[in-house]
Write a protein that binds this ligand. Structure first.
Ligand code: PMP
Ligand code: GLN
Length: 387
């Protein structure tokens, strides 16, 4: 393969899911729900498929989905993207992010990224020929916080783009208004575009609130907001996502998307459009149920001897095995199937080797709780073997 991709091997998710399969371990590594999304959503997709929505949809995405995305942004955040020019449907959040980076970065442009970072980001930045400038999210007593000095230092006159992710995978951090305000101020000062990956926007727990950076004063005009049906509706395999923002920025993403996949997900798009209009109870009940499972797994991890930082959002919890005598999360994850019959993902897989984030999270392991109670209880039971 090309030189700029050589440092990227197979993804940690593929590696750890294969390990789980080979060993029969409970897979709390890769984040995918073991229960599919709402029945009405699945039925609507079947109906769309049967009624002939099987050929290329429009390049921007079907109008009903673009309109539903616009309504969703207004209903939850008071934003109102024009469905005809300010919304684009993509093959998941992944394609939206990829096309944004490829469509907005010249070779050598700098991209400011929170680290730990979702594993696709460094690879996409490299593919775009851009340069990653990492800002660590550092462990605190009860969570993770942005290193403000490092954030300021990460910006330069070559900064083209800030790639945000809140709620944040893998740490479960929901960026605070103060943190977002600082990012916004720096982005404006350096005339940078913000691309914000908000796929976990509806998986946020009591006491926390997700705030899109596009809602901050002056930010809508420089922000591309990305989300997807995968997490909100528990259909990670559908790969229907979207990006919204100012028309010229959306056009830059579309210019790339048209040559990556052209279009995607014809029968899924109308179904997702309807799901976005589901009543508020769907979203709050789902978050509440997930919070219950967060607490179930966190308790199990604590009683097995891990240190646990309770996540504010997402379906991931980061556990610290140092109290159990393990200081290398990667090695622990390789041995965990044999030691306890469970699979997790090392947080260092989300970090550049040798950086501040890698150092701070060397021991940490991410577990997902988007699984049924029985699976989580079995995992908790097995993890007691580590004591
Ligand atoms: N961003 C983050 C932070 C994620 O965790 C995921 C889930 N794999 C994605 C993007 C990918 O989303 P999609 O499946 O919609 O491409
Ligand atoms: N977003 C999921 C995770 O972080 C799955 C990612 C993937 O398999 N590419 O576990």
């Amino acid at each position: 393969g090309v030189r700029r991709m050589r440092r990227f091997g197979p993804t940690v998710f593929a590696e750890m899911s294969a390990l789980a399969q080979r060993t029969g371990a409970v897979n709390l590594g890769q984040g995918f729900p073991d229960t599919d999304g709402p029945g009405s959503l699945l039925e609507d997709a079947v109906a769309a498929l049967r009624s002939g929505a099987n050929q290329y949809p429009p390049g921007l995405g079907v109008p009903e989905l673009r309109e539903a995305v616009s309504r969703h942004q207004e209903r939850w955040y008071g934003l109102r993207p024009d469905p005809d020019t300010e919304v684009l449907v993509t093959a998941g959040a992944s394609e939206a992010t990829a096309a944004a980076l490829l469509g907005l970065c010249e070779a050598g442009d700098e991209v400011v990224v929170l680290e730990p970072a979702y594993d696709a980001y460094p690879a996409l930045i490299a593919l775009a020929g851009a340069v990653q400038r990492s800002v660590p999210l550092l462990p605190t007593a009860d969570g993770f916080a942005l290193d403000r000095a490092a954030l300021e230092a990460a910006f330069s006159d070559r900064t083209r783009l800030v790639l945000l992710n809140t709620p944040h995978n893998p740490t479960g951090t929901v960026l605070s208004d103060d943190e977002l305000t600082l990012v916004a101020r720096l982005a404006a000062r350096h005339d940078a575009v913000v691309v914000t990956d908000e796929v976990y926007e509806h998986l946020v727990f009591t006491g926390h609130r997700h705030r899109p950076i596009a809602t901050l004063p002056g930010m809508a005009e420089r922000t591309l907001t990305v989300s997807s049906a995968g997490k909100t509706f528990s259909v990670t395999g559908w790969k229907v996502g979207w990006v919204s923002g100012p028309a010229p920025l959306v056009a830059a993403v579309r210019a790339v998307k048209q040559f990556l996949t052209y279009v995607n997900g014809a029968p899924f798009q109308p179904a997702v459009a309807k799901a976005l209009d589901l009543p508020g109870a769907f979203f709050t009940e789902q978050a509440g149920d997930l919070q219950r499972r967060r607490d179930l797994l966190s308790e199990g991890l604590r009683s097995a001897g891990f240190g646990v930082r309770t996540p504010a959002g997402t379906y991931f919890v980061v556990a610290d095995p140092a109290p159990l005598g393990f200081d290398d999360g990667t090695e622990l994850c390789r041995r965990l199937p044999e030691l306890a019959g469970v699979v997790g993902v090392p947080v260092s897989a989300f970090c550049e080797p040798g950086g501040a984030a890698a150092g701070a999270s060397a021991a940490l392991v991410r577990f997902t709780f988007c699984k049924s109670d029985a699976v989580l209880l079995e995992a908790c039971d097995r993890l007691q073997a580590l004591r």
